[in-house]
Design a protein around this ligand. Sequence first.
Ligand code: SF4
Ligand code: SF4
Length: 379
Amino acid sequence: MADRMLVEPDVDFINTVMRQGGEDLKKCYQCATCSVVCELSSTDGVFPRKEMVMAQWGMKDKLIADPNVWLCHQCNDCSKHCPRGARPGDVLAGIRSYVYENFGVPSFMGKLLGSPKALPGLLIGITAMFFILLYAIHGSSFGFDIQNLRDVGYAEFLPHIWAEGLFVTGNVIIFMFAAVGFLRFWGRMKESNGGQAPGMIGSIISVLPDVISHARFNQCGENKPRYIAHMLVLFGFVGAMITAGLAVFFTAFVPIVESPIAPFNPIKILGVSSGIALIVGTWIMISRRNSQTDAVGANGYSDKIFLYMISLVSVTGMLTFLIRLTNISVLGHVIYLIHLVFVFYLLWFMPYSKFAHMIYRLLGMAFAKGNSGSNGKAS
Ligand code: SF4
Ligand code: SF4
């Protein structure tokens, strides 16, 4: 006789998954059509049907340590064919949201980031007030007078070295917090796998080509247009980070005389191209999410905030650059302040937001591949 297992549903987990896009979870009646259509399902696995029943039963501990959840790229082939409209692709996305909201430390930050009520307080109350305070300190220390600004020299408002110092030190601290969450996640997958885990570094290296090329996106039949948008956002983001890193390097170590109109500066060309890629990529994603929900999937709260934040960072960054060329001083400084608030909101709250999702996905894919030596199928 098979062993009996006592299931203790985690209601908070079920509610979070439903709030983050999996609201039709309970409609599933276990027909397994989704496992038939999913490219990731193998002959010895029943993905994502198994995950659907575990989610209905609130089996949080199993699901947050399940690397297969991270193999899914929400193509929604399964959701299209589900006879009950249970939308398994969106349920899996909700489970992933629960993971990055709960593994980061301190864990209450994940809950705050996942709550619409906390957005004005976190964004305006912390990030914006911080920069307004810095501006005030700088103004009183250096005799800064907004009435007498003659051109758009952003360093007059906030010295570049201050902004870049904050960028570097903030990133170091935030990445330390984030790393704790990533290691906890790897540890949970290992524990759930009977204490066995593949080598982390080797497994990560083995999946990097898949991640960079977004190979799985092209395997999904229902959602191919997402491929271009994701590539634009990925490479736009990498370009923006390289631009910021080079700017810090030149400001700190190789002081150069800067002209407000230096359009042929290669760092600026990289920054502007990255900004355009981000604006176009996020615009495609937002417009498809708003007009083609069936193909794209549900709009979980964290997804929406992340997309709008990336979009706002790109647009305000581009405006900051363009307004500088026109020399409309006060407007330029206001837009620059707004840009800084959005940039640092994204960075400071990275470990608990959809931003961290990229690293959790990389780890989940690496664990699945390293553990099974697999062909990319869910076990
Ligand atoms: S999610 Fe839909 S297709 Fe999959 S088992 Fe449930 S009812 Fe069937
Ligand atoms: S969304 Fe696509 S990859 Fe994910 S479970 Fe459904 S069919 Fe499979």
